[in-house]
Design a protein around this ligand. Structure first.
Ligand code: SF4
Ligand SMILES: [Zn+2]
Ligand SMILES: [Zn+2]
Length: 338
């Protein structure tokens, strides 16, 4: 098979686009797709400062790589979620990328700044992803506004968007459908614009780009994603795509063109600021600070019960990480379908 652009030997066949590319033409195609998306959707300009949320995975690192190559002013933000070897590996990949490209990377360690995801899940009896989502939103929003950034860019790809759309459409989540856009304008002065420049590029395309560019990324998925409903939707969409190439892209693009404008988002502006952290909130205390308070309260109760029962610990326990002591085993992998 020949490259559609230069007629050299093709290394990737994109059935959804009826096209094939050699390595260098694919890299060009991928970068141009992002460039066009940024321009068409008015995501940001070359004069704006972009905070890129990086996870150490292929999508966010591929996105950051393209933005650096195109000369945008970027800085990375990595959240260390404290999820065992997965977090250790993904942090190492994000830090190595930043070192190799000599670009700034902020690292926020949840166990130091707040509480690790496993500890939060354990004490609140919620699935880890619920606690994780609350903390990610808080630290991304806070870092963006306090760092003076204009935009927060995330690495959501076409497969993520299609799976989310399928899930929201199956349950007619009209409020979510109304907000399902590649550019979210801020609903509070302490929020910045949020953009998803990869929303038209598939997971396969980002993986191939990362491979062709020699990007070293964490291949393992977060252990808490096992059984996630979104993975089930992705699997269904992949089966449809295998029979009818291009379906995922049409599904998302046509939704955005014809259906999305019909959904009206209720006013989602947080009416106040959290009295603890100062970030936008719907109540006196934001959901992030409520989560921390709940964890602290339950940790205190657990310690009191332990003391009353005369249980001694060999080592003092770190209240935030749950490390040290014997009382806090790792939380089990949750069934996210429940
Ligand atoms: S799978 Fe859940 S816990 Fe893991 S990174 Fe994603 S949201 Fe967080
Ligand atoms: Zn070529
Ligand atoms: Zn708060």
């Amino acid at each position: 098979m020949k490259c559609t652009r230069c007629h050299e030997r093709a290394e990737i066949n994109l059935r959804s686009h009826h096209t094939a590319f050699c390595r260098s033409c694919f890299i060009l195609y991928f970068q141009r797709q992002i460039d066009r998306t940024i321009t068409k959707e008015k995501m940001f300009t070359p004069h704006e400062r972009i905070l890129v949320a990086v996870s150490g995975g292929k999508d966010s690192l591929a996105l950051w790589d393209v933005l650096i190559a195109q000369g945008y002013h970027t800085e990375g933000l990595y959240l260390d979620l404290g999820i065992g070897p997965y977090s250790a590996q993904s942090r190492e990949k994000a830090e190595r990328f930043a070192r190799t490209h000599t670009v700034p990377l902020q690292v926020v360690t949840l166990a130091e700044e707040a509480v690790s995801v496993p500890t939060a899940a354990q004490f609140t009896h919620r699935v880890p992803c619920a606690a994780c989502g609350t903390m990610k939103r808080h630290f991304f929003d806070q870092a963006a506004i306090e760092g003076g950034f204009d935009v927060l860019a995330t690495g959501h790809n076409l497969d993520d968007e299609a799976a989310r759309l399928l899930g929201n459409a199956l349950h007619w989540q009209t409020e979510y459908l109304a907000r399902e856009k590649p550019v979210l304008t801020p609903t509070h002065p302490r929020f910045v614009r949020k953009v998803r420049p990869l929303y038209r590029l598939s997971e396969l395309e980002t993986a191939v780009y990362a491979f062709f560019r020699g990007i070293d990324y964490v291949i393992e998925e977060c252990p808490n994603s096992v059984g996630a409903t979104q993975l089930f939707y992705k699997d269904i969409l992949n089966r449809i795509e295998a029979k009818m190439p291009g379906t995922k892209l049409t599904f998302v693009q046509e939704f955005l063109r014809s259906a999305q404008p019909l959904f009206v988002a209720p006013d989602g502006s947080p009416p106040r600021e959290c009295e603890v952290c100062g970030m936008p909130a719907f109540a006196a205390v934001c959901s992030f600070c409520s989560l921390l308070r709940e964890v602290e309260r339950k940790q205190d109760n657990a310690e009191r019960k332990q003391a009353a029962a005369g249980v001694w610990q060999e080592e003092p326990q770190n209240r935030r990480t749950g490390e040290g002591g014997r009382e806090f085993p790792d939380s089990p992998i949750p069934d996210l379908k429940r």
